[in-house]
Design a protein. Structure first.
Length: 196
């Protein structure tokens, strides 16, 4: 195999979820593209990595110091949804069901991985709650031990802020069979049931 091809496959396979076979397909696809299109792709990746910023208010990705969500006059500034990662923010935003602000922690507390509360953007969250006279903080964190630990820690830090603290519902997904769900998911579904 060509060393140049092998180099590209090796680099592409470093991406999450991309094995060597998928990397090979991507490399061969790139080879079929016009050189100008490949230059645009490479330029976009380089510019993204070099110029992307973190919003100084919520830690979201942004082209400027303050992201479009935080600078929008249409957003409800009295509600903040706390998420672990940018992908979580994008998922919630894509539903079109939420119009408040966000706060991206950049991870969750994990003693096993050496991630402590001081490494997350929790102090920035507390500052945002105070500056915006926030009425509700929605914790949209993973349903893992680390997510639960982080949720407990944040709740303790902001419980005297005057803001209502809530968490997203957890339970059986739409179309899922109860018999195949894990016990923790079923327990959350039962304890967070709602009246019909």
């Amino acid at each position: 195999m060509s060393q140049l091809l092998d180099n590209v496959v090796g680099e592409l396979s470093k991406l999450p979820g991309v094995g060597r076979r998928t990397a090979l397909r991507l490399a061969l696809h790139i080879l079929r593209e016009d050189i100008e299109d490949v230059d645009q792709l490479a330029g976009a990746i380089y510019q993204f990595r070099r110029d992307i910023k973190r919003c100084s208010k919520c830690n979201n990705l942004s082209d400027t110091d303050i992201c479009p969500i935080c600078s929008s006059e249409r957003r409800d500034r009295t509600t903040i949804c706390v998420v672990e990662q940018i992908a979580d923010l994008i998922s919630i935003e894509n539903t079109g069901q939420y119009s408040g602000l966000y706060h991206v922690l950049g991870g969750v507390i994990s003693p096993m991985l050496g991630i402590t509360p001081s490494e997350l953007k929790i102090d920035l969250l507390i500052k945002s709650i105070a500056e915006n006279s926030v009425k509700e903080v929605i914790l949209a964190l993973p349903t893992t031990i680390e997510g639960e630990t982080t949720q407990f820690y944040i709740t303790r830090r902001i419980e005297n802020s005057g803001a209502q603290i809530s968490a997203i519902s957890r339970g059986i997904g739409f179309g899922d069979e109860i018999e195949y769900a894990d016990p923790l998911t079923v327990a959350h579904a039962i304890s967070h049931r709602k009246k019909l």
